[in-house]
Design a protein around this ligand. Structure first.
Ligand code: ZN
Length: 395
């Protein structure tokens, strides 16, 4: 072979190699172009089209690792979108729990899908919390708690949900155990009539009156028991005080001892200053007629120049006390009397009643009044009378 031929042969060989290699690089370029087109579909999130596209491309290029990867990826993305669609469908039927589960299958690289997933998760949260709030406003706390539990069960423990749960529980407990509003305590002022030593100094019969009366007159004394009225009055008043305190009243005593000096006017003023709701004066009766007996209550008349305006309420109080005492003790009645000559009534600014427990001038009643059993009945009658008076007052 001549040198020239050799050169030609070599050149031809090169040209052949070049031609061959040029063809191969043309194919690669074409494939890359096709891959790029498929990637465009992926970028536009047209995953179903991309999946079909890469399936076809993969069929023709089984040896291309890139195409295989793109094919798999586009299948995953298409599947991810199917799950998203399914979740959206479940949302429409309010199957929030299933929807939430479905959303977990959104592929992490499905960026659009992830964005929508976050939106739907928020929507689910809003729906649950709205339900919880609505139920709680309707005071259906148990239902609210179970809705919250269902949501918490789905999403796991979160501080905000725990806080909401505690507050619902507190509401439920408060609702099941309503606190009774603290009742406004009624103030009862008890005046055990008389005292150990009478006071003959004078005081006006009522405000502005020129008629004067003894500051504290002497009480009566048991004909058989020899017990002084002021002793019986205080004994019974203390028992009444204790029972009234048990019933939740505020009680003020004008005296708790015998050795005091408090006029009838001053006793009324104590009741006024205490803001008494009722002023109850405890006495026992005496009469020259030893046959007289029975329970009596006393109130001012409508014509009383000082406290006529208190007549109606005082009568109602006197009647309640009288009726309940008779009922409890099965004792005799000496009536419900109007009297306008009582200093302790005339200076009162609140409904007032004098309770005459019975006649100490009647031997039988005097002895009866000294028994614990009868005293207890009288006290119970007085308690019920006071309760009845305030209950009627509410209506
Ligand atoms: Zn008296």
């Amino acid at each position: 072979m001549s040198g020239m031929r050799k050169v030609t042969a070599i050149l031809l060989l090169f040209a052949g190699i070049l031609a061959l290699s040029g063809c191969k690089s043309d194919n690669r370029e074409l494939l890359n172009k096709k891959i790029a087109e498929g990637e465009l579909l992926l970028a536009e999130e047209r995953f179903e089209e991309a999946s079909a596209y890469f399936a076809e491309l993969f069929d023709a290029n089984r040896d291309s690792l890139t195409v295989m990867e793109k094919h798999e990826f586009s299948i995953n993305m298409a599947k991810s979108r199917e799950n998203l669609q399914e979740a959206e469908r479940l949302m429409k039927t309010e199957a929030f729990r299933s929807a939430y589960e479905k959303l977990k299958e959104i592929h992490p690289e499905d960026l659009g899908g992830q964005e929508r997933k976050a939106e739907l998760e928020n929507e689910i949260r809003d729906r649950y919390l709205f339900t919880v709030q609505k139920l709680s406003e309707e005071k259906k706390y148990e239902e609210a708690l179970s809705a919250l539990d269902e949501y918490q069960d789905m999403v796991g423990s979160q501080e905000e949900l725990e806080v909401l749960r505690s507050s619902l529980l507190a509401d439920l407990i408060a609702w099941e155990n309503p606190e009774k509003p603290e009742p406004v305590k009624k103030i009862v002022v008890l005046d055990p009539g008389h005292q150990a030593v009478q006071d003959r100094e004078k005081e006006p019969l009522g405000p502005g009156s020129e008629i004067l009366k003894n500051k504290v007159s002497s009480g009566t004394r048991g004909v058989a028991s020899r017990v002084y009225e002021y002793e019986l009055n205080l004994l019974l008043s203390l028992k009444l005080r204790d029972r009234l305190l048990e019933e939740g009243y505020d009680v003020l005593m004008t005296r708790t001892a015998h050795d005091v000096s408090i006029s009838n006017k001053e006793r009324a003023e104590m009741a006024n200053e205490a803001g008494a709701d009722v002023f109850i004066r405890i006495h026992a009766n005496g009469s020259e007629n030893r046959d007289k007996q029975g329970i009596m209550t006393i109130h001012p008349s409508k014509d009383n120049p000082f406290v006529g305006h208190l007549s109606e309420e005082s009568l109602r109080l006197s009647k309640a006390l009288h009726d309940e005492m008779i009922k409890e003790s099965a004792g005799e009645s000496a009536g419900i009397q109007a009297m306008d000559n009582m200093v302790g009534i005339n200076w009162s600014k609140v409904p007032v009643s004098i309770v005459e427990l019975g006649y100490m001038s009647n031997e039988e009643e005097d002895l009866l009044l000294q028994t614990e059993a009868y005293q207890a009945k009288l006290v119970e009658g007085l308690v019920r009378g006071i309760q009845k008076y305030f209950e009627e007052n509410k209506e």
